[in-house]
Design a protein. Structure first.
Length: 478
């Protein structure tokens, strides 16, 4: 915090920040006991509730742990327990991906309501503004009874494209409604983008780890992929990316610069600019998956890599699935110089995106409901992610490392090397707990001891118990 922001911060936060500074300076070490709530209240001349708020803030971020009948103690902060980069770049080469049989099992388990869904990438229904969307839907059905009697041909419903274009300013961009093509979800936007810039047999560079559906898309489209080492805080190794571009004639690079799935980072603006400038020098397209970009926990909405694009080579893809309604299947792409080809491919794929959902979301955006909902959602998800991190730190084996997401609701968890994540997945599934093994996030099946955990569900005793069970199963398997 700056001096000004510290002065403006709530009192409990200023007290908490003093503790974090003492930890950073080494004045407080892991294992040190800190004053009791009553002592802190007296020392700082604040109420007991303010002291409690400060300690809860510190506990939620991993600086403190409460020991029954003993008090509060300094623990190793979560920020030092992020997963280690595990990648041997010398063994990287383009590969053709085969179909992953484990994904069929994962989809089946995700559809089973008896399972606690720690793996699937959906938030719980309670977090979506369904009531408000349904009100708009009912009104539109009455006022536009012929709403779906014609195709809304590409690029899609103009009022929705206009609302998306208005929001581009928050992303650091300035594109027009004509620059936007509406799709059936972000995955279709990604597929259309790949088809617009590459042909079967071409090489596409991917982050490693990366969202598993991107790997499946590349496989279904006949592309070869090359994995680029990706740090859990600083992103893709641009030196390795340039080497791959020169050696393997890479046609496109797929990246998630904001609220990465599964690593969780938001890249600094300089890293985004460097990526765009590097690819532009080699005339390589960048397909940017920004599906979680609106879910950054702190500060203004982060800029996109697209905001640094000066040659029209960045295709920005996103959707409303993670924020409003997965079942609406509503996404979009601002494809730059590839716009016409994306529109052509969209028409050939399925003619048009359904009209009614486009109309509903356009009105929700225009009314200001989206921004009000987004503010609440970001706060709720930040709390839930912190709570799941605490539970994992408490229940999982020693040596476990946990990502510290800057947004979204996914955690990337590195288990001790002796724990096989695929075996853990199947063992946990027998206990009605679904997870995602790390190997599905790699074209070459790396990350054998990693799992991804979904934090998008409201905290409950059921979820706490599932995490406790998962931790115990990890101990047994290891």
């Amino acid at each position: 915090m700056t001096a000004a922001s510290t002065h403006d911060a709530p009192l409990y936060l200023r007290i908490a920040e003093n503790f974090t500074r003492q930890v950073t300076l080494g004045s407080l070490l892991p294992g040190d006991r800190v004053p009791s709530l009553r002592q802190l209240s007296q020392q700082q001349r604040v109420s007991m509730s303010t002291a409690l708020q400060a300690y809860l803030w510190l506990e939620n971020r991993g600086y403190l742990e409460a020991r029954p009948q003993s008090g509060f103690y300094i623990r190793t902060p979560f920020s030092t327990l992020i997963p280690e980069p595990q990648f041997d770049a010398t063994k990287t080469k383009p590969v053709t991906i085969g179909n992953s049989s484990i994904l069929a099992e994962i989809v089946e388990s995700a559809n089973n309501p008896a399972n606690v869904p720690l793996g699937a990438g959906n938030a719980c229904p309670e977090l979506f503004p369904s009531e408000r969307l349904n009100l708009i839907l009912r009104r539109l059905v009455r006022s536009h009874p012929l709403h779906s009697t014609r195709y809304e041909f590409p690029p899609g419903w103009e009022p929705l494209r206009r609302q998306i274009a208005r929001r581009s300013l928050d992303m650091g961009c300035s594109f027009s409604p004509r620059d936007v093509t509406i799709t059936c979800g972000a995955l279709e936007a990604l597929n259309l983008s790949i088809l617009a810039v590459a042909r079967p047999g071409d090489v596409i560079a991917l982050e490693s780890p990366t969202y598993f559906a991107i790997l499946e898309s590349a496989a279904s489209l006949g592309m070869k992929v090359i994995e680029i080492p990706t740090h859990p805080q600083t992103g893709m190794d641009l030196g390795e990316l340039e080497h791959a571009i020169r050696k393997h004639r890479v046609k496109a690079c797929i990246t998630m610069t904001n609220c990465h799935n599964p690593l969780g980072y938001v890249l600094p603006d300089k890293s985004k600019r460097d990526l765009v400038e590097l690819t532009a020098r080699h005339d390589v397209a960048v397909i940017e998956d920004d599906v979680y970009g609106d879910l950054a926990f702190q500060g203004p909405r982060p800029r996109t890599a697209k905001s640094f694009d000066r040659k029209g080579l960045v295709l920005l893809c996103s959707s409303f699935s993670k924020i409003l309604s997965p079942g609406y299947r509503l996404g979009w792409v601002a494809a730059g110089r590839f716009r016409a080809e994306v529109e052509r491919r969209k028409f050939l794929a399925n003619v048009a995106t359904p009209s009614l959902t486009q109309m509903v979301v356009a009105e929700f955006l225009e009314s200001g409901g989206y921004d009000r909902h987004l503010k609440r959602l970001r706060t709720n998800l930040a709390v839930q992610v912190d709570r799941v991190r605490q539970a994992i730190a408490k229940y999982f084996p020693d040596g476990t490392r946990i990502s510290r997401p800057a947004g979204g609701y996914m955690l990337w968890v590195e288990l001790p090397p002796s724990v096989n994540a695929l075996k853990l997945y199947r063992t946990a599934l027998a206990a009605n707990i679904s997870t995602l093994p790390g190997s599905v996030f790699s074209a070459t099946h790396r990350y054998d001891n990693y799992i991804r955990i979904n934090c998008g569900h409201t905290w409950s005793e059921t979820y706490d118990r599932a995490l406790l069970t998962l931790g115990r199963l990890s101990e047994k398997i290891g």
